[in-house]
Design a protein around this ligand. Structure first.
Ligand SMILES: Nc1ncnc2c1ncn2[C@@H]1O[C@H](COP(=O)(O)OP(=O)(O)OP(=O)(O)O)[C@@H](O)[C@H]1O
Ligand SMILES: [Mg+2]
Length: 787
């Protein structure tokens, strides 16, 4: 691991160094360019310098030649020389002693003969023939003629012959010449002294053939040939610069020019070494490059330091955090050095926020995962529960539908039975009325006839009960609901039925305290309870227990809709037996009229039909719970009454004046007979018109003497209700009682329940109704007809 890190570091370092060097390259290139530029400039300057020096040497040389010319002229003016006699030698010798630059002096005539010379056997003055040849060749006579190089001998060394022509031309064009042997050693010293000694410069003077005449001490010696590089320039007309290779092998620059009399017979060059100048530059360039390289390295090092401080450390912190996040540690946070508002600070904050978000999501996911099973289980439970609920609801619905069908069936049957019972009623009211009267009129002597009448009356009564039950079942019975104390009714029941039940059956009652009054027709309820008691008795042939209980019941608002009771307050009577119970198919049909399982003749099958019709018509309900061999419980629900309980009975009124209006003659007569029998004073009317006429007449005669109007409902012309309303207008004090076999009839809402009596009625019922009417009238003359 550390090996790997080491290698990585080394690689990074190498990269940095390479980068630094690369960065230094432009600077080095610039330096090299400057070097080259300086080099060129210096070279140009060097060239100018050597050219200038060459010009200086040339000028010196010209002065030497001028000196020679003036000296030659001076010698030529000497009379001995003018004479061209041999006597001039002495003169020349004396003169030469005063002239160190010259090694010898000669005078030569135009024919080339030496007139006199300071030479003593050697050739110090030099060869004059070349001078004479040049003179002859020249178009114009030059002031001084440069001759050739003479090696010389002895201490005088080599010389250069210079000729100064004088005198007139001879016929052949020749002239006498003063020849001066210029000492080349002197010339070398002279020129060298005036040449600046600096810069390692040397000079050379050569003749037209490239023979060295004078030079700064160096490789070359007088008499030698010029270096090969200079030779081509010897004849050049212009001054210039040439490149040489020095004795040390280094390059040199040589500036050259021509010197001497017009036509330039002499070649002058001054040279200087190039490397001495350039090596300085090269050194400076090298040092510069080195410094640039070092500078680049230093900058790079500083950059690396800054990078480590400002980039690598924050990056490493971010990387570390990222590695921990990827390893699953989402709680890790990137902590970068430096200010939080810096780039890395903001980057770290963004990454940290991202990690926090991821952490939150992961926690939620984990939470979801862990609760998933529980939620699935809960959901499954919910589903199972709702499926069960659904099944229950389906069963419930099927049951409700069954009940509805049953109710519809019962309603259809009820309509049929109700219609028949109504017609029967009218017939029976005649029969019972007639029998009633007959029974009262038969004296003790007619015991046989009385027994027959009794039989007929019993049968008729049974018929009345049957039609009453049928009408009750058809809910067409006119109920007379009143606030009734069920505890009292139920409490009286054991005494009433004890005789019917026999000893084997025990009766238990359980009466709820604070029982609400029920709004029910007490007579009908009593009949219903009797029916139930008889059924229980029949179901317990071997004896058992009959329990009767009362209770307050509240049916809450959320009871499902169906053919049951609507929500509200009810008073319940529950009658249970320990008898045979019922099979479901029996239970399903018990409310049907004429449905019985009992032997033919012993039962009509109308008992529960009456109970059912009465309960429903009262705004209540009846429910039966029964299973074979597990007994039966019948619950009657009756609406709670809000008014006060009915008052106890009063004495039967007698001697009332009663107007009987009935279109059925037999019924009318019967009714009048009964009223008469009960000590009242009936007046008969065949229809409403007649009744109204009687009332009007009575009003006129007596001021209104009728106590009660007994009106049949169905009459031709005007019905009973209309008659009652009109009669009430005539005699407001008079009570009215509508007699009808119909449960529903037009105008019923204008009459109070107490003002209606069902057909056929018994004498007892008539008594009871008249009694109630008169009681109400007693405290104040309140009308029985509803306003
Ligand atoms: N408490 C009960 N126990 C067992 N079965 C009963 C009970 N009450 C009624 N039943 C059954 O319901 C049938 C119908 O009863 P319902 O009272 O309507 O007529 P019934 O008693 O047969 O005749 P009726 O009442 O007219 O004399 C009965 O024949 C009987 O089979
Ligand atoms: Mg019965």
């Amino acid at each position: 691991m550390s090996d790997l890190m080491g290698r990585r570091r080394a690689r990074a370092l190498a990269r940095c160094v390479a980068l630094a060097l690369l960065a230094a390259v432009p600077a080095v290139l610039v330096l090299l360019y400057l070097n080259y530029d300086l080099r060129s400039a210096r070279r140009t300057r060097l060239a100018a310098s050597v050219t200038q020096q060459a010009a200086l040497v040339r000028a010196d040389m010209q002065m030497v030649l001028e000196g020679a010319r003036q000296l030659g002229r001076a010698i030529a003016r000497l009379p001995v020389v003018q004479a061209l006699g041999p006597g001039c030698r002495q003169e020349l010798r004396e003169l030469l002693a005063e002239l160190p630059p010259y090694a010898g002096l000669s005078v030569v005539d135009s024919g080339g003969r030496v007139v006199c010379s300071t030479d003593t056997g050697d050739d110090s003055t030099g060869d004059a023939s070349a001078i004479l040849a040049a003179l002859r060749a020249a178009a114009a006579i030059p002031p001084v003629v440069v001759g050739g190089f003479t090696p010389g001998a002895g201490a005088l060394g080599p010389t250069l012959a210079l000729g100064v022509p004088f005198g007139a031309d001879d016929p052949a064009g020749g002239r006498a010449v003063v020849v001066l042997g210029l000492s080349l050693d002197w010339l070398g010293r002279h020129l060298g002294a005036s040449l600046a000694a600096a810069g390692g410069q040397t000079f050379v003077v050569a003749d037209a053939t490239g023979i060295v005449l004078a030079r700064r001490p160096g490789r070359l010696e007088a008499g030698q040939s010029l270096p090969a590089e200079l030779l081509p320039h010897v004849g050049a007309a212009q001054a210039g610069v040439a490149v040489l290779e020095g004795a040390d092998g280094l390059e040199r620059l040589a500036g050259f020019t021509r010197a001497g009399p017009p036509g330039g017979r002499l070649f002058v060059a001054v040279d200087a070494p190039v490397p001495d100048v350039m090596s300085e530059l090269d050194r400076a360039t090298w040092h510069g490059s080195l410094l640039v390289g070092l500078g680049a390295l230093l900058s790079m090092w500083l950059a690396v330091l800054a990078g480590v401080r400002f980039v690598r450390r924050p990056t490493a912190a971010l990387l570390d955090a990222a590695r921990r996040w990827s390893a699953g540690d989402l709680g890790a946070r990137a902590r970068v050095p430096g200010p939080p508002e810096g780039s890395f600070g903001r980057l770290a904050a963004a990454f940290n926020a991202m990690a926090e978000g991821l952490g939150r999501q992961r926690a939620e996911l984990l939470e979801l995962n862990t609760t998933l099973e529980a939620r699935v289980a809960a959901r499954t439970r919910d589903l199972v529960a709702s499926r069960n609920q659904l099944q229950v609801e389906i069963v419930e619905r099927e049951k409700t539908e069954g009940e509805l069908r049953q109710a519809q069936k019962l309603q259809a049957v009820g309509q049929l039975a109700g219609g028949i019972a109504h017609d029967f009623n009218n017939l029976l009211s005649i029969v019972t009325g007639a029998l009633d009267l007959l029974r009262r009129r038969l004296g003790p002597a007619q015991a046989g006839a009385a027994a027959l009448v009794e039989n007929a009356a019993q049968a008729a009564e049974r018929g009345v009960r049957l039609t009453a039950q049928l009408l009750a079942f058809a809910r067409r019975q006119r109920l007379l609901p009143a606030a009734t104390d069920l505890n009292k009714l139920v409490g009286d029941l054991p005494g009433l039925v004890a005789g019917m039940l026999g000893r084997d059956i025990a009766i238990r009652t359980s009466l709820a305290p604070d029982l609400w009054p029920a709004l029910v027709d007490p007579g009908q309820l009593e009949a219903a309870l009797l029916n139930l008691v008889l059924n229980a008795r029949d179901a317990m042939p071997g004896g058992g227990t009959l329990s009767i209980a009362t209770a307050n019941v509240l049916v809450p608002d959320d009871v499902p809709a169906g053919p049951g009771v609507s929500p509200g307050a009810y008073v319940a009577v529950r009658m249970g037996d320990t008898g045979t119970g019922m099979a479901p198919h029996v239970l399903a049909r018990v409310f049907e009229p004429f449905f019985t399982t009992k032997p033919a003749g012993s039962a009509s099958g109308l008992g529960l039909s009456q109970v059912h019709g009465m309960a429903l018509q009262s705004g209540g309900d009846v429910r039966i719970d029964s299973r074979p061999d597990a007994g039966t419980t019948v619950t009657l629900l009756l609406p709670r009454a809000t008014g006060a309980l009915a008052a106890p009975r009063a004495a039967v009124p007698r001697g009332l004046r009663i107007l009987v209006a009935d279109d059925d003659g037999a019924v009318r007569r019967m009714t009048c007979e009964i009223l008469d029998e009960r000590g009242h004073h009936p007046v008969a009317a065949a229809d409403a018109t007649q009744a109204l006429a009687i009332l009007e007449k009575d009003l006129a005669d007596t001021g209104g003497s009728f106590d009660v109007l007994l009106a049949d409902y169905v009459m031709p012309g005007m019905n009973g209700v209309a008659l009652i309303l009109m009669a009430r207008a005539l005699q407001p004090r008079m009570k009215a009682l509508l007699v009808t076999g119909h449960a529903e009839f037009e105008g019923s809402e204008t009459l109070r329940a107490e003002a209606i009596m069902r057909k056929p009625f018994t004498i007892a019922q008539l008594d009871e109704r008249l009694q109630r009417m008169m009681r109400e009238a007693q405290p104040e003359a309140a009308p029985a007809v509803a306003g």
